[in-house]
Design a protein around this ligand. Structure first.
Ligand code: NAP
Length: 294
């Protein structure tokens, strides 16, 4: 059951009558599974569907969504295109240039980015007393933009510097300027003072494909460093497994996925998301707020 009104945050004035995830590919998305479990518990008249959408079909599909008051989520490759099309964007959507959550008000498209909330929740779980030291972000794409925005709360809570380690340093420089955060770029792992690093976040797709290498050798990491892999796999990613084998705190992207979904749910309906139902649908125990999924 839903646990009451959400205390704060962005809430749609007109809740959607139907929900969908738009992407290509979208067949692998876990969102319909856990969102439908949440809807069953709290809004049984609303269904969450998945829809494979080619880039040149996006406008037609959005027009259909508008006519049906169908809101939802957006996954790759459409997060940027939907952000451009939204006539109303939240600050996180504007700063990241990406929309993963949308709805309609008086026929106007509203866009928000709740990936940032999922990242904040995971960083808090991994570092409940705040990040002690610098943070290294691997990658400079769309997810890295959300990570950089999310890390601002960690910085305010006392984290050290943010360093973006990317194979294309120019792209990292452009990303930092676009998102307007205080961060620096490293082109090589050897350029980083690893003993000062308290958290490393993988925002590359490395680890998604079976047989992939790890995004960064765990040999670089000190004993106090925590590891957050945005990639998720039911059996855990190889990078997370290697970090845990070294005794480090490490978590994959599943909590981020559920928390971005919970935040989207709260945006659409203005009530607390039934997280226990969401985790149950995934066959996973709900992690206690400030502990780490093992
Ligand atoms: P993206 O926009 O394509 O960016 C990927 C970044 O990774 C780029 O900077 C790219 O570098 C870099 N990269 C790609 N392959 C690499 C390699 N082999 N070695 C080093 N760097 C590499 O993708 P994205 O949207 O940011 O998503 C990244 C990953 O985040 C996804 O694959 C997904 O697993 C994860 N994600 C998880 C969640 C969640 O809820 N848990 C949500 C969103 C994303 P170049 O620019 O040089 O190509």
């Amino acid at each position: 059951m839903s646990t009451g009104r959400r205390p704060s945050g962005i809430v749609a004035r007109t809740p959607p009558g139907a929900l969908v995830i738009l992407g290509q590919p979208v067949a692998q998305s876990l969102s319909p599974l856990f969102q439908n479990a949440a809807l069953q518990a709290s809004h049984p008249g609303v269904h969450y569907a998945r829809r494979e959408v080619a880039a040149d079909d996006l406008d037609r599909v959005l027009a259909e969504c508008r006519a049906a008051n169908c809101g939802g989520n957006v996954t790759m490759p459409h997060k940027f295109a939907v952000c451009e099309r939204a006539s109303n964007r939240t600050e996180t959507a504007t700063r990241t240039g990406a929309v993963n959550t949308f709805w309609w008000e008086d026929g106007a498209l509203f866009g928000h980015n709740t990936d940032v909330d999922g990242i904040v929740a995971t960083v808090r779980a991994l570092c409940p007393d705040g990040v002690r030291g610098d943070v290294v972000v691997l990658g400079a794409g769309g997810a890295a933009a959300s990570v950089l925005v999310a890390l601002e709360s960690a910085r305010r809570a006392g984290a050290g510097r943010t360093i973006v380690l990317a194979r294309a340093p120019g792209r990292a420089t452009a990303l930092i300027a676009r998102v307007a955060v205080d961060a620096r770029v490293a082109a090589n792992a050897g350029d980083i003072a690893w003993p000062r690093v308290g958290l490393v976040i993988n925002a590359t797709p490395v680890g998604m494909t079976p047989g992939d290498a790890v995004p960064l050798s765990t040999e670089w990491l000190s004993a106090h460093a925590a590891v957050f892999d945005l990639v998720y796999k039911r059996e855990g990613t190889r990078w997370v497994q290697e970090a845990r084998a070294r005794g480090l705190l490490a978590e994959d992207g599943l909590r981020m996925l559920v928390e971005q979904g919970a935040s989207a749910f709260e945006t659409w309906f203005g009530v607390a998301a039934p997280r226990a139902e969401m985790w149950r649908a995934l066959g996973e125990p709900m992690p206690p707020d400030l502990s780490v999924r093992r």
